[in-house]
Design a protein around this ligand. Structure first.
Ligand code: MG
Length: 386
């Protein structure tokens, strides 16, 4: 089997380091040709010393000189957005594990250069859909989701045609506050929001899981990935995180994908597609798995879920506004400038100011993101804080 070349953009975060575990698991199957990170120089240097990529990129330009000095001789070093974009063109498979909207140039560069994009950065697809969708039509380009729910749906749909699909059922763990009422959530701390019951992830997505905004973003992501209308995408709470999502077919059959909550399975799926990784990272021990339960989400307490449906149905720039408002609100919460309950309030207030300007170009998407961030920052400043 020929080696697959892999570029890891966002190599120092949770997904990036787990992608390296997958690469290490099957020696000789993959070769890492590029690594990129925003600012974690020490981790990047250690990764590069072992993996010996040809290119190493750093987002924060002021760190480039220090990085270059510490890398093996002959390694190409690039900085800033152009560095991340070069890394996104440097391999057969490009893993986009950048956090948030900042991942858009990487998504576009990978698709426009006809690469397979292993997408962990859902925000770029959600906010940038009007420009990402045309890029998916580039010859050779292929988008394979790393998000566990969408990886599950991708697998469940593999043998079904569009005419056979009745609906998508996206599962949600429910996060750390499942079962709590609104008045019990008035004084949530950062530590409480970061204590996810089933998944170990970075701080932004962990807070998104606690508000169910992550699930809302995943509904939009599923719509954009699989072209299924919103009225046929449902969310089911499944606290064990074993069933990663399901598809219901027109004859009443439901097909589900099950595995342990281990991101190395969806990462391996995206790196190997259409083949399979031969290491069973997600294999279930049925002696210890005793029950799988399902319940409806509490849409009144976790208002972010319906805000995302609303933005998705509105289309155009609304998902970009939703995403930008959420990024601003989550950052403010993590910096203890905003109450957890006010994350949804800031998103709702910002979406209410959406100017409905159409998104036809990357510049339009960037302008929508910037406008929404300004509105969201004002909404944050107008609230009392924790
Ligand atoms: Mg997910």
């Amino acid at each position: 089997m020929a080696e697959t070349t892999v570029s890891l953009v966002g190599s120092t975060g949770s997904i990036g380091t787990q992608a390296i575990d997958v690469v290490d698991a099957e020696p000789g199957r993959f070769r890492v040709t590029a690594l990129a990170a925003q600012r974690s120089v020490d981790t990047l240097v250690a990764q590069a010393a072992r993996l010996r990529p040809e290119l190493v990129a750093i987002g924060e330009e002021s760190l480039a000189a220090d990085l270059a000095r510490r890398l093996p001789a002959g390694t190409e070093v690039l900085a800033g957005e152009k560095g991340l974009v070069a890394a996104a063109q440097a391999a057969d498979v490009v893993v986009n594990a950048v956090v948030g909207f900042a991942g858009l140039p990487v998504t576009l560069a990978a698709l426009e250069s006809g690469r397979r994009l292993a997408l962990a950065n859902k925000e770029s697809l959600i906010a940038g859909a009007p420009v990402v969708q045309p890029a998916r039509r580039t010859e050779g380009a292929l988008l394979v989701p790393i998000d566990s729910e969408h990886c599950a749906i991708h697998q469940c749909l593999a043998r079904s045609g569009d005419a056979e699909l009745a609906r998508l059922l996206i599962t949600a763990s429910g996060g750390p506050f499942r079962g709590r009422q609104r008045d019990e959530l008035a004084s949530i701390s950062v530590t409480e929001a970061l204590a996810h019951p089933t998944w170990q992830m970075g701080p932004k997505i962990t807070v998104d899981s606690s508000t169910l905004m992550n699930k809302g973003l995943e509904v939009i992501e599923a719509h954009e990935l699989f072209f299924v209308p919103y009225e046929r995408i449902d969310v089911v709470v499944h606290p064990q995180s074993i069933v990663h999502s399901m598809v219901e077919l027109v004859d009443g059959s439901t097909i589900a994908q099950l595995s342990l909550p281990d991101m190395r399975l969806p990462i391996g799926y995206a790196l190997c597609y259409p083949e399979r990784l031969s290491i069973p990272f997600g294999a279930i021990d049925w002696a210890t798995t005793t029950s799988l339960t399902f319940e409806q989400p509490d849409r009144a307490t976790f208002a972010c879920l319906d805000l995302a449906y609303e933005a998705g149905r509105a289309g155009g720039g609304a998902p970009a506004w939703l995403n930008a408002a959420n990024e601003v609100a989550v950052a403010a919460f993590l910096e203890e400038r905003l109450k957890w309950l006010d994350i949804a309030a800031v998103v709702a207030e910002t979406l209410g100011q959406w100017d409905r300007s159409p998104l036809r170009s990357v510049d339009d998407v960037l302008a929508a993101d910037a406008a929404a961030r300004r509105c969201a920052a004002e909404a944050v400043a107008g609230r009392p804080g924790p």
